[in-house]
Every structure is written in C-alpha cells, then in structure tokens.
Design a protein around this ligand. Sequence first.
Ligand SMILES: Nc1ncnc2c1ncn2[C@@H]1O[C@H](COP(=O)(O)OP(=O)(O)OP(=O)(O)O)[C@@H](O)[C@H]1O
Length: 360
Amino acid sequence: MSLLSLQDLSVTYRIASGEVAAVRDVSLDLGAGEALGIAGESGSGKSTLAMALLRLLPSGTRVDGRILLDGEDVAAMKWGRLRAVRWASASIVFQGAQHGLNPVRRIGEQIAEPMIVHGTTKEPDKRVAELLAQVGLPAWRARSYPHELSGGQRQRVMIAMALACEPRLIIADEPTTALDVMVQAQVLTLIKKLIAEHGISLIMISHDLSVLADMCDRLGVMYAGRLVEVGPSHEVFHDARHPYSRALAAAFPTVGDPVSRMAPKGLGGDPPDPMDMPAGCPFHPRCPVALDTCTSIDVELWPAGERRSAACVHVLPETPGAPVSDAPVSDAPGSDAPGSDATVSETGGSEPSKTSVEAT
Ligand SMILES: Nc1ncnc2c1ncn2[C@@H]1O[C@H](COP(=O)(O)OP(=O)(O)OP(=O)(O)O)[C@@H](O)[C@H]1O
C-alpha cells in the first residue's frame, strides 16, 4: 500500500468575487521512502496542494477527493485524529522559516513542543540536543531566539522540528527559496541525507525543476492546478513529454549554477487566471507546439512511457499533428491504463568556541 494516495483531489477557495479552483483532480501515489517533487510556476497550486495534505487551508475552502495517508482519509478525519497525525505522521517545512518560528520563544522550546504535545519523548532536552546535532547545530543553540540565527540556521531548526516526532512523511514547500545559493545547497544536502537515513518519504515543492530533479525520485509538474506530467525525475527533467515541463526545465537548466539562474530562458506569457480558464488545454495560449485541437480539448494524464504520463495531445496514440478525435480523449484511460501516473502509482552541549564550526 502507498504511504500517501491522492485520489481526484480538488481544492477550491471561496472569495468575495467567486471561486478559485486552485487544485484540480490531482491523483498520485507516494511510496514509503520515496521522494516526489512537485514543480510549477507561481500560482500553479503547489502550496495549496501541500497545505491540503494536512488540512492547513483557510476555513471555508472546499476540498473534494480523498487524501489517504497510511490508508486513512485526512480529508475526512475528525479534529482529534488530525491533531494526532500532524507532526507525528507527517510534518511540513515551509518556505521562509522566519514566519514558522515564534520570535519570542527559545529555539529549544519550539522544537520540544510537538514532542511534548504528542508525548513522543520523556527527555525533551536530550532529544532537542540530538535533533540540533542532526541538523548541524550545537546544543547550546536551544537557548537562542530565532533572531539570533541566520536564515539557513532557522531553516535547519524548522527541519529539526519536522523530524522531532519521527514522521513517515515530510512535506517541504520551497524550503530554501529565501536562502542564498550556497546555503540553499547545504540545506538541500541536509534534507536529502536525513530522509535517506530515516527512511522518510518526501514531497518537495519548488518552481525549480533542476533542484527537484536532483533531490527526488519522481517529479510531478503542475500547471493551472492540474498535474500535467509525472515520471522519474531525470527523465522528466532531461526529456519532458509535456511542452510546459520542457519550458520549465529550460528555465532552470543547471542545478546550483548561479549564471544559468541569473539568465533563465523565461517562459513567455502568464499562467491563466484560475477564475477565467481558457477553453481546451489551459497551456495552449503559451504553447509552442499547440494544435488547433488544443483550443477545444483538454487531455487527461495519458501514458507516455514506462512509469510516465503527460496531459498533452502529442502523447496520444494518434500521429502528432493529425486531427484528434474526441473519443480517445474522453475515454482517456487515466487511472486505469498501465503505466499511467494518474494512479500509478506509480553536536554536543558545549558553549560556542572560536574553533567550533557552526552551520550557516
Ligand atoms: N487563501 C486564498 N484565497 C484565494 N485564492 C488563493 C488563496 N491562496 C492561494 N490562492 C490562489 O490559488 C492559486 C494557487 O495558489 P498557490 O499558492 O497554491 O500556488 P503556488 O504554485 O504554490 O504558487 P507560489 O509558488 O507563488 O506559492 C493561485 O491562483 C492563488 O492566487
């Protein structure tokens, strides 16, 4: 059984002027110990998806579909059960750690809190020191306040909190976006090492396909709230089937290369307004290989190679460029076809000294 299984997950915000369909019919599975990256431009629905997984969305937001975590539907859980699942079964590391830490409480108290709430340790101080060591910080940092730490150190503290109750799943939403490039690389290496050591599954969210390809086993690319491509990371990054994934890969060609990041080949145009979606494929107004049919037909995720799928007319069995009949689209196997990812699954306690080296 998958650790996490999303089945037709849709999230709709209600705002004064109407409804915002932020996530639309997302289905995917995550295995135990697997790392899955979710990529997409700003506004594609990545954070909404992440927050839906632990029901952290604003009240009044509509969630349809199922979010099975170890077989239990998070979307249908009572509050008591949900509180027990948060931190203990799955935890989230958000972007910008300064917003996730309480400025007037010491680091140690904040790391200990989920463990005390969940009763997972009898010796919180000892466990806090252990966790700080795991993320490369000395134990005396437990007595520091967030403002006494650098951005990278604060993000390490957030990772220690996420690990505190030994969850089976960590969701990392742009965990390094607010950090400079060198510190980003250190924090990413740390996350990679810790999930491997502890056998934790990871869902990592980023707009940067190159970082995700380096960190994750599989990649899902989101556009306008939908998954448009899923497959093994390196295949999606180097040989994308969907034109949007190709554009995203071209925008961030090299992992950790500051030059390529400073001059990314920009994606032309803007993503669609979720309250005013174009007819057909939502990517067609920006797509360099759009066909006439793309203005009227929105293809579901369709098998596109072993363990791969893409939502594009060009992966349908008909010859690309030929007129596409309605039948295979509306009958798209999506969840049933073999190979479709629509369901495929698919340091110590001493005071600082001049010689000690502390993570940045
Ligand atoms: N609280 C909210 N109320 C209404 N609409 C929202 C809310 N939060 C997000 N949205 C809208 O939902 C859509 C998806 O936003 P979301 O933040 O999930 O995207 P994202 O891919 O994570 O973007 P970013 O990388 O900028 O965080 C966007 O159109 C956004 O404007």
